[in-house]
Design a protein around this ligand. Structure first.
Ligand code: NOJ
Length: 739
């Protein structure tokens, strides 16, 4: 044993020596390059230009980007994809620029490159971290085969506001879960070593609290307390840094009066000084020049100075650094030494990714041809889509469907819409690769079941001319499958909604179908929680499918016919009405909570409940699970001890199923108030019918820490409630004390 430990220590120390030597080696090379560089060339490394393919922001008209690369005025590019095109752009940098420094090539690979996985909000509902790591790895592999070294993902913005279109890009409302997802994603994209074939640099964005923008409008202002920033919005970014993320992206929004792209509090005090982040920070598209529009900088030059001095290394599409940093150094308002430090960070990444040694490592046409849409990636996409679906309602066990049905009516604008299956942030996919619900049903279901399809209406608009045909088909079927929701453009960047119910006249059609008195299964496609109280009361089953990606139809058929038992759990609360938004399970108690003796003078709405329609953590299965009371090993937890909490979970239904068992705590009295519940742990357990398992959790003092108003991250002794259950509302309860 002792010998093994000595050997392990020797191995670790020789590894550390090796890493340190490699680092020294890279530093020396960077020193030599810096000695050769002009000031313009140095600033050029901090300049990121968008290509004209797949625009993801307002195109900036410039004379000639390629000449800028030849002059050494561009250090990296994005939105240029394909082995051939990236090879050509790289060739200009390494053959026609004076110092021949290769470019880094980026792209928003948010939930897949050509193989599209479920949107991140959907995938988060799987609570399957290993799956999320595998889909990130597969996305990186495909993207790298298209010449890409750097993805602008994961988006790790916690969000409480379903109106915000970008809620679809993140992992939901809980900081703990989003932090774990962040780690999985960073590890998946980057691999163990950036030099590994198929790894790409990750970018945690948008630093920070972009998900807190007021009234859910994109690009809007966030105004939150420091405690909320630290406890809710920063943990996923910290997790990204601790997982070795290469880059971070600042945001468009302002936070507490300062545009995040010029915030030295975020980028220097927290990121560099507290967290010791050593990668580089990139702006968002044009977000440096927009600090002037915010009213924080006088003009683009002032914006360049403020953003750079705040710690923002790389300028995406503002051309502020390349136009003004040199002048600012000669005026003494920006230090050349700081510019060199930022250049060092960029060049270091170029070495670590292997681009410096082999600029064309990812420009390989043969690899592109073999990797894109590989069979194993499509299989993974189907697994991810199945696991991300959430069964919201299943009255009288209308699901799973029997394979012996005589007729199925398939109705709705999303039943056969290839273009919508990918959801937003999927510019690199080809709609023709997507499999719709209708396609999958017609190819998979035996000839004894008739499948009749009518679209009925569009997602938006008021054309009712398709109603009659849809009603006719539905009236003759054993079950009506209705595929409704949002089209893919209704969520994502710049796609906030002030009404989050089913768009257009879809509900009207649903009401007509309801009159037929036949079982209705509503399949929802959407990039945000929808408010659907009427639907929840009136249809028989609701399956939340999000935007499932390439294998949408196949995965839906798996779930609908019970070949896959749904296991997804919501990672965001579904509101009853838009008026409840922002709504989240980890809210504070207030001085006048509901539920006591007083009915009127309490925190509530007079026209609606306080509770969401479907809470955080909620999701049904075709089977049922029963929880025992919590068994606590001791009533107290010591500062450096471990408290074990156990529950028995039994499958009391007819199907094999997977349950996600969630553990929440509440700090009852603290120096600043704490939420009524906070997720601290979870475990996924598979149980066959009748099977019971004991599930054990470990609670440590560090699980109880929080950022208090004295700007300290501490736990405080006292009483805690502990909850274990199947969602944030259906829980068993116990109590313990931290000594
Ligand atoms: C704007 C988006 O906010 C950001 O997330 C994205 O990475 C950039 N555009 C680049 O496409």
């Amino acid at each position: 044993m002792k010998q093994t430990r000595i050997l392990a220590a020797l191995l670790i120390s020789s590894f550390c020596i090796h890493v340190a030597a490699q680092q020294r080696n890279i530093d020396q090379k960077i020193d030599s390059i810096l000695r050769l560089m002009t000031v313009d060339e140095k600033i050029g490394q901090l300049n990121l230009y968008a290509g004209r393919m797949n625009p993801t922001g307002p195109i900036t008209m410039r004379e000639n980007d390629e000449d800028e690369i030849r002059r050494g005025h561009v250090g990296m590019v994005f939105n240029i994809v394909g082995a051939k095109r990236t090879r050509e752009i790289q060739r200009i940098a390494v053959e026609e620029s004076r110092l021949k420094i290769p470019l880094l090539i980026g792209f928003d690979v948010v939930h897949g490159y050509r193989t599209i996985f479920p949107i991140p909000l959907g995938e988060s509902a799987s609570w399957d971290l290993d799956l999320m790591k595998r889909t990130a790895k597969a996305s990186a592999d495909e993207a790298s085969a298209m010449g890409i070294h750097w993805t602008f993902a994961p988006m790790v913005d916690v969000c409480h506001d379903a109106r915000w279109g970008r809620i679809m890009e993140g992992g939901g409302e809980d900081p703990y879960l989003v932090s774990l997802i962040t780690k999985a994603k960073v590890e998946g994209y980057q691999g163990a070593d950036l030099k590994e074939m198929g790894s790409v640099m990750a970018c945690a964005k948008h630093f920070a609290a972009y998900g807190a923008t007021i009234d859910g409008r994109d690009y809007n202002t966030a105004d939150i307390s420091d405690a909320t920033l630290r406890n809710i919005y920063l943990p996923p970014f910290k997790a990204a840094v601790e997982s070795g993320v290469s880059t971070l992206m600042a945001g468009y929004h302002e936070l507490n009066g300062i545009p995040t792209s010029a915030s030295s509090y975020l980028m220097t005090d927290i990121l560099r000084n507290e967290w010791k982040f050593d990668g580089f920070v990139v702006s968002d598209w044009g977000s440096i020049r927009e600090t002037a529009t915010h009213g924080y900088a006088k003009d683009r030059k002032d914006a360049a100075m403020k953003s750079f001095n705040a710690g923002l290394d790389v300028d995406m599409e503002s051309s502020a650094y390349i136009s003004h940093l040199k002048e600012l150094t000669s005026e003494g308002r920006v230090s050349l030494e700081n510019i060199e430090n930022s250049v060092r960070k960029v060049l270091r990444m170029k070495y670590l990714t292997g681009v410096m040694d082999n600029p064309y490592r990812y420009c390989n046409q043969q690899r592109e041809d073999t990797i894109i849409l590989k069979k194993e990636y499509l299989k993974l996409a189907r697994e991810a889509a199945c696991k991300s679906m959430v069964l919201l309602k299943n009255k009288n066990q209308v699901l799973p469907l029997s394979e012996n049905l005589k007729s199925i009516a398939v109705i709705g604008p999303l039943a056969d819409s290839k273009k919508d299956m990918s959801g937003s942030w999927s510019k690199s996919c080809d709609s023709k690769d997507m499999i719709t619900l209708l396609e999958a049903l017609t190819t998979q279901i035996g000839s004894t079941t008739k499948i009749k399809y009518e679209k009925g209406c569009d997602v938006q608009g008021d054309d009712r001319s398709g109603f009659a045909a849809a009603i006719k088909v539905a009236s003759k079927s054993d079950v009506i499958l209705v595929a409704m929701g949002e089209s893919k453009e209704l969520s994502g960047e710049a796609s906030s909604r002030s009404d989050i119910s089913l768009p257009g006249i879809q509900k009207e059609l649903l009401k007509e179908l309801k009159k037929l008195n036949r079982p209705i299964v509503l399949i929802l496609f959407n990039g945000r929680p929808l408010s659907i109280p009427w639907e929840a009361d009136n249809v028989d089953a609701i399956l939340e499918a999000w935007f499932p990606g390439n294998e949408a139809g196949n995965a839906l058929a798996d779930v609908l016919f019970g070949r896959f038992n749904p296991q997804g759990k919501l990672t965001v609360s579904f509101p009853r009405s838009v008026g409840q938004v922002p709504i989240f399970y980890n809210h504070k108690n207030t001085g006048r909570p509901e539920g006591g003796g007083e009915k009127f003078f309490v925190t509530r709405y007079i026209d609606n409940s306080n509770q969401p329609l479907f809470p955080f953590g909620y999701g049904l299965s075709y089977t049922t699970f029963e929880y025992s009371e919590i068994k606590l090993e001791a009533p107290q937890l010591t500062y450096d001890g471990i408290l074990h909490a156990t529950v028995k979970v039994k499958n009391t239904g007819k199907y094999k199923g997977v349950e996600t068992i969630q553990l929440y705590i509440r700090d009852l009295v603290a120096s600043s108030t704490r939420p009524v519940k906070e997720l601290k742990h979870f475990q996924k357990v598979e149980l066959t019918p009748g099977e019971e398992k004991e599930v054990k959790f470990e609670i440590k003092e560090e699980d109880l820490r929080f950022w208090n108003n004295n700007k300290q991250y501490f736990s405080e002794p006292g009483k805690f409630q502990l909850f274990i259950g199947s969602d944030s509302e259906s829980v068993k309860k116990a109590e313990f004390e931290l000594l």
